[in-house]
Design a binder for this molecule. Structure first.
Ligand SMILES: Nc1nc2c(ncn2[C@@H]2O[C@H](COP(=O)(O)OP(=O)(O)OP(=O)(O)O)[C@@H](O)[C@H]2O)c(=O)[nH]1
Ligand SMILES: [Mg+2]
Length: 362
């Protein structure tokens, strides 16, 4: 399952968000200092298909979030490097405090989101530099015992990483791919993980939650967020708490009043999902309507394997129709009559929102 970890300095609103996103009443499980919860990935397409098919069951895509529970332990990458839930995370979500509330003291004495965002970035970089340097030292010993092409390549890569880190560059900015990514995987480097910055706005600034640009302007984070590959979601945790307590219809009206199309929680969940390069294909029927998570670029054959290894093994053809085409026609039969229900082979690259029926031998 996809797994994102919440990070941030003390009292920035991590646990407030965690509880809201995962409805912690689902009895979160965890080990030691961490707690894990599961969020449903909001998807209007699945909602609309459910309304059409009226299935016995609807199953959304999900994503796991980890939060630190031990108070006082939070903050600092130093605290994170040894925590398994963080090292193994696919992505990091950094909750940055931009709310002012004097009742919640800030450990640095003042509220400065840009400073905190940079401080966390620096800590991730420093933690990684330690890991990379230790590995390079060990490698020197290995290289003395005997050279190998693989060791040389790894050393090359680590030296590139080291120089980026020394220049204050997070490893995610290097745009590593393929073999390089594979070589680094075992080190679980924190600054290499995709990062989503959550700007936890003050209640008085909630109007700035309508766009990252406005939130960045309001909180002095423009320069930080203008960097390549820096993604952010602005919200106000305190107001999210109020929204969560409302009936769905009231919540919708409340959001509309503020000029928002969906809650901040949904934007964080979907933002994390997108950040990881994930998308969903859909299966429909009277029994079940379901969204399945796959990485962009997944073939029809591998998508079939997500559902069941038997379906992958017996794969014959994928019957595919795009979500928009399906909604425009209203039924599968109409799509077939208009040539919009395509038969695709194993190599077909599944697109976001494809509605698929796998034909397979049993
Ligand atoms: N005014 C205001 N207070 C907030 C907001 N978000 C969180 N808080 C308050 O800040 C305090 C800390 O919130 P938590 O969600 O526990 O923060 P945390 O980051 O998990 O804190 P630690 O786990 O102790 O590091 C609580 O008293 C919250 O009610 C917000 O948007 N506005
Ligand atoms: Mg907490």
């Amino acid at each position: 399952m996809l797994h994102a970890a919440l990070i941030g300095f003390p009292s920035t609103g991590k646990s407030t968000l965690f509880q809201l996103m995962t409805s912690a009443k689902d009895a979160p499980r965890g080990k030691g200092d961490t707690v894990i919860g599961i969020s449903k990935v909001p998807d209007v397409r699945l909602d609309k298909l459910t309304a059409m098919f009226n299935p016995r069951k609807t199953v959304p895509a999900t994503i796991e979030f980890t939060d630190l529970v031990a108070p006082g332990r939070s903050g600092g990458a130093a605290a994170l490097v040894d925590v398994a839930g963080y090292k193994n995370a696919d992505a990091l979500v950094h909750v940055v405090r931009a709310f002012r509330d004097p009742a919640v003291p800030h450990p640095s004495g003042s509220v400065d989101p840009a400073r905190d965002a940079q401080a966390m970035e620096d800590e991730l970089i420093l933690a990684d530099l330690g890991v990379v340097e230790r590995r390079l030292e060990r490698m020197e010993k290995d290289l003395k015992r005997g050279k190998s092409a693989e060791l040389d390549k790894e050393k090359d890569l680590l030296l590139r990483c080291k120089s980026a880190l020394e220049n204050g560059q997070p490893l995610r900015a290097l745009g590593l791919a393929g073999e390089d990514l594979r070589r680094l995987r075992g080190f679980q480097l924190l600054s290499a993980k995709p990062l989503l910055v959550v700007i936890n706005l003050d209640e008085a600034d909630v109007d700035a939650a309508v766009s990252v640009e406005q939130a960045a302007e309001r909180t002095g984070m423009k320069a930080f967020l203008s960097r390549e590959g820096t993604r952010a979601v602005p919200l106000c945790a305190k107001i999210e708490l109020e929204i969560a307590a409302l009936e769905p219809a009231d919540a919708e009206a409340f959001l509309k009043d503020m000029g928002l199309s969906e809650s901040g929680l949904n934007r964080v969940i979907r933002g994390s999902y997108d950040l990881l390069g994930y998308m969903s294909f859909l299966t429909v029927g009277e029994d079940e309507c379901r969204a399945w998570s796959i990485r962009r670029g997944t073939s029809a054959l591998d998508a079939a394997g997500e559902i069941h290894s038997d379906i992958q093994r017996g794969f014959i053809r994928a019957e595919v129709v795009g979500y928009d085409a399906f909604m425009a026609r209203g039924t599968m039969a109409a799509c077939r009559d208009n040539g919009e229900l395509r038969l695709e082979g194993k190599e077909y690259i599944v697109q976001d929102g494809d509605i698929i029926n796998f034909r397979h031998a049993t």
